[in-house]
Design a protein around this ligand. Structure first.
Ligand SMILES: [Zn+2]
Length: 128
């Protein structure tokens, strides 16, 4: 089957909360379950995030400032970001910063960019 033509390209230097359901900051190279770092959520998408992972997001997992800080690190280091199917990651100073993409945004995923990790191609229009 031919690869569908992407209709949308996201520049990771413009990553916002609209694209992301949860973030993680922790020790680079270590387990990402939360034992070596912190998974962070925001109130606006807390319910959906709980649904997606299968159990509710606790009060102490809501971290608006930490969430935004993580996105800022990824934006500022977009050129070095690793782009994966459902998340993007930046490794910096011994820490890994991960943004797990919103499911609406991941839907219809067509793959990682051919040339650069700065952008990834996505067939869903209208998310910016
Ligand atoms: Zn762990």
């Amino acid at each position: 089957m031919p690869k569908p033509e992407p209709k949308y390209v996201l520049d990771l230097s413009k990553l916002t909360r609209d694209h992301v359901l949860s973030t993680y900051v922790g020790k680079d190279g270590a387990c990402c379950c939360g034992c070596s770092g912190e998974h962070m959520y925001v109130e606006a998408t807390r319910a959906l995030a709980g649904e997606e992972r299968g159990y509710d997001v606790d009060d102490d997992e809501v971290n608006e400032e930490g969430f935004d800080d993580c996105l800022e690190v990824i934006r500022d280091n977009a050129e070095d970001a690793e782009v994966n199917e459902d998340h993007v990651a930046v490794r910096l100073g011994g820490e890994v910063h991960i943004a797990y993409l919103h499911p609406d945004f991941v839907k219809g995923w067509v793959g990682v960019p051919a040339k650069s990790c700065q952008v990834f191609e996505h067939p869903m229009a209208g998310v910016a």
